[in-house]
Ligand binder design. Structure first.
Ligand code: PGA
Length: 257
């Protein structure tokens, strides 16, 4: 049984004071919940403070990106060594905003992935099609192409694949209020699981968590999570309020009972 993985991606939102207030509200709200892995991805300058704020809570610290090398002349990039030092567990790579707004290519995503793995960081790899691609019935082709980066990322030997996750985030559902139907999500998640079984191996595919992302809210979290191959959620806008995100986590856990 895969433990649900529910991660808040704050993106470029929530300042220092807002984040502190968020943590005081959020941490106690989910303290009693079991059988769920929860992560918070704040803005990079707040990683340290959030790390302190969640100490002892079991909540994981997540970064929104990761540099391609241990250190060096890479202005504005985040060293995986520093991320590790700050106690980061998960890094989100290949987010569609990175791909579409900042032009990150599959090759760049792959280089980031390799650097993260080398330092023992756990990767959430985001994949997903645009509206045009979906309309042209190219969803699975696009997702398969984005998954190709896994081909040579250099998995350590005897790698524990529960420490890797794929987030299926249809670009047309991100920040738009429009959510994929549970059936649309399940169709792509099943495809991803099949791809992982074929291209990594079947036991890895059983361990890898596949999250759904794109306008997840408290009222659709449960139904999305009740799909067979939906193992978690990556939440943007609805994670910005401590109450709302705690409700999403609760509903996700409930749906698994
Ligand atoms: P959203 O963002 O929940 O605001 O749609 C999701 C994401 O980009 O991870």
């Amino acid at each position: 049984m895969r433990t649900p993985l529910i991660v808040a991606n704050f993106k470029m939102n929530l300042g220092a004071a807002e984040t502190a207030a968020y943590l005081s509200a959020f941490v106690p709200k989910i303290a009693a919940l079991k059988n769920v892995e929860v992560g918070l991805a704040p803005q990079a300058p707040l990683l340290s403070a959030v790390g302190k704020g969640i100490e002892g809570s079991g909540i994981r610290l997540a970064a929104q990106n990761c540099g391609v090398d241990r250190s060096g002349a890479y202005t504005a990039e985040l060293s995986p060594v520093l991320l590790k030092e700050l106690g980061i567990t998960w890094v989100i790579l290949g987010h569609s905003e990175r791909r579409h707004v900042y032009g990150e290519s599959d090759t760049l995503v792959q280089n980031r992935f390799r650097a993260a793995l080398k330092e023992g960081l756990q990767v959430i790899l985001c994949v997903g099609e645009t509206l045009e691609e979906r309309k042209a019935q190219r969803t699975l082709v696009v997702v398969a192409r984005q998954l190709e980066v896994l081909g040579s990322v250099g998995w350590p030997s005897a790698f524990d694949y529960s420490k890797f996750a794929v987030a299926y985030e249809p670009v047309w559902a991100i920040g738009t209020g429009e959510t994929a139907t549970p059936e649309q999500a399940q169709e792509v998640h099943r495809f991803i699981r099949g791809w992982l079984a074929e291209n990594i191996n079947p036991s890895a595919a059983e361990l890898i968590r596949i999250q759904y992302g794109g306008s997840v809210k408290p009222d659709n979290a449960g139904v999305l999570m009740s799909q067979k191959d939906v193992d978690g959620l990556l939440v943007g806008s609805a994670s910005l309020k401590a109450d709302g995100f705690a409700e999403i986590v609760r509903n996700a856990v409930e749906s698994r009972r």
